[in-house]
Design a protein around this ligand. Structure first.
Ligand code: HEC
Ligand code: HEC
Length: 134
């Protein structure tokens, strides 16, 4: 009688534990060093944004991302902040968001969501240095 109660208790507890494990996202966050974008951003959304930066500035990923410290590897070290361009890009992201919020907040779609009127390409147009005279 007593044993059956303990057994039932263990079954119940393991249900709770497995239930929590099944609903919580993986503890390991793949994005290690996000300071502007949401930390839990999906892989697809991050990819889209990064591709957008590449197109808007007319550069490759290595314009902002430093090479891996392991010289045998040909990969970029994406979380690294070694290249100053990456931090400038963070300032640009904040500036762009601010311009949209402050000066274009009247631009809303049918759902009432703010439209991102200004984006990197508005100024850069495929050029990393839009400040320079041509
Ligand atoms: C104009 C600069 C720029 C370019 C070009 C760029 N990135 Fe990024 N990338 C950033 C910045 C800035 C962050 C960090 C954003 C933040 O702090 O929220 C970032 C973050 C990332 C991260 C997340 C790293 C981590 O774990 O913290 C990945 C992955 C990444 N970029 C991949 C790419 C790929 C792939 C490309 C080329 C298609 C690319 N990036 C092109 C500026 C750039
Ligand atoms: C309102 C116009 C404007 C917008 C919007 C804008 N930029 Fe810029 N950005 C500039 C100007 C101008 C410069 C050049 C500044 C200079 O020459 O000192 C620049 C410089 C940069 C640089 C430094 C390039 C270098 O070699 O030093 C990076 C990186 C950059 N922008 C990324 C971005 C990203 C990413 C976005 C979108 C999130 C963005 N910018 C949006 C105007 C803009």
């Amino acid at each position: 009688m007593h044993h059956r109660k303990i057994f039932a208790g263990i079954v119940f507890i393991s249900f709770i534990v497995f239930g929590i494990a099944a609903t919580t996202p993986p503890a390991e966050n793949p994005n290690k060093n996000l300071k502007v974008l949401p930390k839990n951003i999906s892989h697809e959304d991050l990819d889209k944004i990064m591709d957008g930066f590449k197109e808007a500035l007319g550069v490759k990923c290595n314009f902002c991302h430093a090479p891996s410290a392991d010289t045998a590897s040909h990969h970029l070290d994406f979380p690294s902040d070694a290249k100053p361009e990456k931090d400038i890009a963070r300032h640009m992201m904040k500036m762009t968001a601010k311009i949209n919020k402050k000066y274009f907040s009247f631009n809303k779609d049918e759902a009432g969501k703010m439209v991102q009127t200004i984006s990197c390409i508005t100024c850069h147009r495929g050029n990393p240095h839009p400040g320079e005279k041509h």
